[in-house]
Design a binder for this molecule. Structure first.
Ligand code: C5P
Length: 218
């Protein structure tokens, strides 16, 4: 049958990637994590010792960088970087890089190409608004900032990163959301035609079920 496209947007820690991954499995379609792409470029910039706020350096770096997905893993210049892109140093810097016009243009092109020939669920900040404005289904996931910070905090503790407090994480999330929502190009906004799903008091599985029932209803 026809390919189906599902767009998932929302702020940091709303549960987008966990939920999207499960929906993808359930529907046997591909999941594309666009945040991972911005994170991978950020990792490269930091590894080269460059300043993420130096626009020209970031654009130059992007020109000789390859970022792609293979079997649900993210590759930066052919090296798998799933773990490294989740480190807190990346959280702190990624939103500067994601503000840059040329960076966004390059990423959006790759994302649109990935969605062109197959059924996918894609998550990010601008998927329903910019990347896939004609998506079959659009969802906007939210949760209170306290809940989102709490989730991230637990994640970090589970990974054994104990050097950071809940308050610090909350501040970082607020900071990232502020930059993502107020930037000039493709800011995080709630698309009018998106289903809003507040995940604050819901389990992952409840959210997955909600999305799947909407998609199946058609
Ligand atoms: O989704 P995730 O938290 O991994 O995204 C990391 C960062 O990448 C976001 O805070 C945002 O700055 C940027 N991003 C974006 N557009 C997307 C996906 C992510 O600007 N579609």
């Amino acid at each position: 049958g026809k390919n189906i496209t599902i767009a998932i947007d929302g702020p940091a820690g709303a549960g987008k990637s966990t939920i999207a991954k499960k929906v993808a499995e359930d529907l046997s379609i591909e999941y594309i994590d666009t945040g991972a792409m911005y994170r991978a470029l950020t990792l490269k910039v930091l590894k080269l010792g460059l300043n993420p706020e130096s626009i020209d350096d970031v654009i130059d770096t992007m020109k000789d960088t390859s970022i792609d997905f293979r079997n649900n893993h993210i590759y930066l210049d052919d090296i798998q970087v799933d773990k490294e892109i989740r480190e807190n140093i990346i959280n702190k810097n990624v939103s500067f890089i994601a503000q840059i016009k040329e960076v966004r243009e390059g990423m959006v092109k790759i994302q649109q190409e990935l969605a062109r020939t197959k059924s996918i669920i894609m998550d990010g900040r601008d998927i329903g608004t910019v990347v896939l404005p004609d998506a079959d289904f659009k969802f906007f996931l939210t949760a209170s900032v306290e809940e989102r910070a709490c989730r991230r905090y637990k994640e970090l503790l589970e990974k054994g990163e104990s050097g950071i407090s809940y308050e610090q994480i909350k501040e970082e999330i607020e900071n990232r959301d502020r930059i993502d929502s107020t930037r000039e190009i493709a800011p995080l906004t709630e698309s009018k035609d998106a289903y809003r799903l507040d995940t604050t008091n819901k389990t992952i599985d409840e959210c997955v079920k909600d999305i799947i029932s909407i998609v199946k209803r058609g």
